[in-house]
Design a protein around this ligand. Sequence first.
Ligand SMILES: Cc1ncc(COP(=O)(O)O)c(C=O)c1O
Length: 385
Amino acid sequence: MIKESSLAWGLDRAVRHLNHGSFGAVPQFALDRQAEYRALMEGAPVRWFVGVPQRIADARARVAPYLGVPVDDLAFVPNASAGASVVFTSLPVEHGCEIVVTDHGYGAVTMGAQRLARRWGGTVRTAHVPLAAGPQEACAAITAEFSDRTALVVLDHVTSPTARFLPVDLVSAAARERGIPVLVDGAHVPLVLEEPLAGVDCDVWVGNLHKFGCAPRGTGVLVARGPVRSELNPLVDSWGAGKPFPAAFDEQGTQDFTSWLAAPDALDVVEREIGWKAVRHNAADLVERGAQVVARAFTAATGEDHRVDVGMPAVPFRLVRLPRGLVLGGHELRDRVLAEFDVEAAFTAFGDDAFVRLAAHAYNTLDDYEDFAARVVPALLEWSH
Ligand SMILES: Cc1ncc(COP(=O)(O)O)c(C=O)c1O
């Protein structure tokens, strides 16, 4: 698709990038805008830093419509992990209480929930959500872990290892009825859904603009609603302390905030040059076709079906089941494939199965997946023997 677009990306054309999900990719225009902001910062640091809170507030106002949320519910944070950390460090101590997570959760965020449970002298309960579970079944599996001691639910909106949606709307509604606060980790969701929080009555939702949104890296967002807002403090306690949410998050000391300021430029340039609706539509279509190409290449060798039913598939991703017998872990596979083939891909696992998690974005073409099928699939088959 990029070939028909005037939009350029900072990607190395010698490397096939099939893993937009992990760290994204940034349009050159947004990188240039960020460089311009940096030049202003270096040219007159005092003028820059005095004006930074207002610039951040202005950037929030431009980003909010892309998430369909009021600007006053929205704060910038460095990334989704930081957003979750804000919640984990801000919530009042709940002695002996439980936190509910799922077995699809992002490992680092789940570890944060475990640390919080230890501080509370409580425990984490992990809901097992079957890979192919639809919304009702997934919701039932999660709410089955609720108890009178549940003080927090941490739920991925789009899961990292399994590339599926979880029914965050249903679970949030059930938690609301019982007065349990919900943190939704929507790291992958901004711009994947037009209005990610529509119908989702959670307390806090965090996401990354540097994933599908293509903003410069280090651009996370935190949306907070209801009474929890007054509890939340930025990770960096600075001159914003004491101000109400979200103004407190606009003042976090001396840092390079240029990625936050260039984020709306990244969103705008993709909207102007291609249109987010078209990006979403094309990514859904392309990743589906790409996954079929890759799955067929495995099937031709193994005779097995390598397609995967994840219940509620998340649009820009598809899983393809890897051949049994691969002893390399996900990161080892990622690193070896990158080193030997110049292909960036994500390898994940759930239960006894391992997968390649394919992604698609505006710069990908079917050729990327055909190349993976032709060069990488034979190697994965060989490594599995
Ligand atoms: C579900 C989920 N949460 C959190 C993160 C962490 O994102 P970041 O490293 O930008 O904080 C990721 C990263 O891929 C993720 O998939």
